[in-house]
Design a protein around this ligand. Sequence first.
Ligand SMILES: NC(=O)c1ccc[n+]([C@@H]2O[C@H](COP(=O)([O-])OP(=O)(O)OC[C@H]3O[C@@H](n4cnc5c(N)ncnc54)[C@H](OP(=O)(O)O)[C@@H]3O)[C@@H](O)[C@H]2O)c1
Length: 281
Amino acid sequence: MLPPTTHQIPHSLPLTLVVATTPIRVASSTSNDASTRLGIGLKGTLPWPRIKADMSFFARTTSRAPAAGTTNAIIMGRKTYDSVPKHLRPLGKRISVIVTRDTSGSVREGVLKELEARKMKMAETAKAKAQAAAAEGKEVEQNGSTDEPITDALVTHSLDSALSELDAVYGASGRLGKIYIIGGAEIYGAALRMKAVADATQTKRPVRIVMTNIVRKAEGEGAKNEFECDTFFPVQGLTPEDGWRTASPAEVSEWVGETVTGEWIQEGEVEVQMVGYERLD
Ligand SMILES: NC(=O)c1ccc[n+]([C@@H]2O[C@H](COP(=O)([O-])OP(=O)(O)OC[C@H]3O[C@@H](n4cnc5c(N)ncnc54)[C@H](OP(=O)(O)O)[C@@H]3O)[C@@H](O)[C@H]2O)c1
């Protein structure tokens, strides 16, 4: 039996929201002023064509476990889970936690079925690789080592129960790495509404954002310099007045486990930059 869910966060691991956003100018209906919103989605998918630099940053960040024998968790809304290509879900070497209001059991059933298929496929791929390596006379890597991050999935009915369940299933046995919230807007909103409450040891849980800024380069007359978006990152702003401080590139690098310079990277028609914020409470 899992512990009852409360609005308390069960332990003090940082909660890191990973998001890719693009600035969208929004005209005011009452004045000449325009404000900027941070677009994240369109029609159930990403607003931009595949951006390799961002996709691989996301994959490395979320799957890189902090210690041998641990696995990172990625918490997502059911719609974001559905937006992952079927053959890639649940994402490998991470514990996917899918949040849904479904009480019929169909979401859980579907996820568990996909988990079994994915594990089987990953095992087949690993076996084929080992056989190919052995055929070439290379040293065969040990597969299924208990130190390797695992691939697993949980289905829960709220963000609170996602955290409690992670804690109960993996935290208590020391197998939980980092906790990432990977979207979409509804789940980011739920995470941002959580209070940085202290647990029994009075330790505060830091709330962080690792954000990829995406800017579309406009070339030629009439070229579009924005992506169309219908889903937005639910923050008013990210300044100290809004309750956020900008993290230094060194801090972001430490959070994600690789060097993040904060410099703009050019790829095709876009420029991307990875930055970080920490909540001030
Ligand atoms: N740019 C990025 O970094 C990024 C990242 C992730 C997603 N996205 C985009 O964002 C869009 C999806 O975002 P979204 O806001 O529409 O959907 P979402 O947050 O991914 O999923 C919403 C669903 O999650 C479940 N849910 C949400 N809050 C819940 C709660 N408090 N308790 C229980 N269940 C809850 C419900 O599932 P049920 O309907 O099953 O009950 C709800 O319909 C897509 O376009 C996606 O591509 C972008």
